[in-house]
Design a protein around this ligand. Structure first.
Ligand code: IPE
Ligand code: IPE
Ligand code: MG
Length: 240
């Protein structure tokens, strides 16, 4: 159990899990070894988020641009993802983790698609925390997809264009139904969002930490949460 009590509202936390390759390189290991180590941090961070009563944890695991990597690295990534779900599905079932996915998974290897669909199905009634994994996900692609769905609904008479506003738009995103992202953490020292949650991060707090993801322990997470607690979220308004 995590020995920390959050004293600021934090319903949805999002992570850009970056730096696996550099972590491995520093140790003269193959890049893929970094991805394997990353899986251990994912489960630890997820368990911690659950203990902290955070309702949603979104994790960027594979971007639409990551297809530009060598095929053997891509293959290994999906193999590890399969192993991850097989290793922890029973724990998710027993501890109330609901698996949710953002992104177009139809381009993923068949076996990975099956593993994910199974995990979603087996956990669909869980309510403790949503483990929202972003796979073949791109923020721009998500917005274009939403726009197409909106056009379809307008054409079909299911949506009146005058009803469309920034709130309604959210219904057409992968994240429909999830609370706003309160905090986004990117590891590895890069200060960019790399096509992650472009719509959803509008008023999120950002923390960019130099720690590589495979070194991002629960202690490091707590340090970030302490930093988040000091932030003054104004949402465009002013403080009295
Ligand atoms: C993040 O680590 C994992 C994915 C993007 C899939 P990287 O593999 O990008 O690691 P670096 O950035 O090269 O160190
Ligand atoms: C972002 O990391 C994508 C994921 C963590 C899945 P990248 O390593 O792909 O991003 P860039 O290339 O540094 O922007
Ligand atoms: Mg990277």
């Amino acid at each position: 159990m995590v020995d920390y009590k959050l004293n600021k509202k934090l319903e949805h936390i999002a992570f850009i899990m970056d730096g696996n390759g550099r972590w491995a390189k520093k140790r003269l290991l193959p890049r893929t070894r970094g991805h394997k180590e990353a899986c251990s941090r994912i489960i630890e961070v997820l368990r911690a988020c659950k203990d902290l009563n955070i309702k949603v944890a979104s994790l960027y695991a594979f971007s639409t641009e990551n297809w530009n990597r060598p095929q053997d690295e891509i293959d290994k990534l999906f193999e590890y993802l399969d192993d991850f779900f097989n290793d922890y599905i029973q724990e998710f079932i027993e501890t109330g983790v609901r698996v949710s996915v953002m992104g177009d998974i139809t381009r993923l290897p068949k076996h990975t698609q099956e593993t994910i669909e199974k995990a979603k199905k087996l956990t669909e009634n869980n309510t403790k925390i949503v483990f929202n994994i972003c796979l073949n996900y791109g923020g721009r692609q998500e917005i274009v997809r939403a726009t197409k769905l909106i056009v379809e609904d307008i054409k079909a008479g299911k949506l009146d264009e005058n009803e469309l506003d920034t709130e309604k738009f959210k219904d057409y995103l992968y994240s429909s139904g999830l609370p706003e992202v309160d905090l986004m953490i990117r590891t590895s020292g890069e200060s960019r969002i790399s096509n992650f949650l472009l719509y959803q991060l509008a008023y999120s707090e950002f923390i960019f930490t130099p720690t590589y993801w495979p070194d991002f322990t629960v202690e490091k997470l707590i340090e970030c949460l302490k930093e988040y607690e000091t932030r003054d979220r104004r949402f465009g308004a002013i403080k009295e």
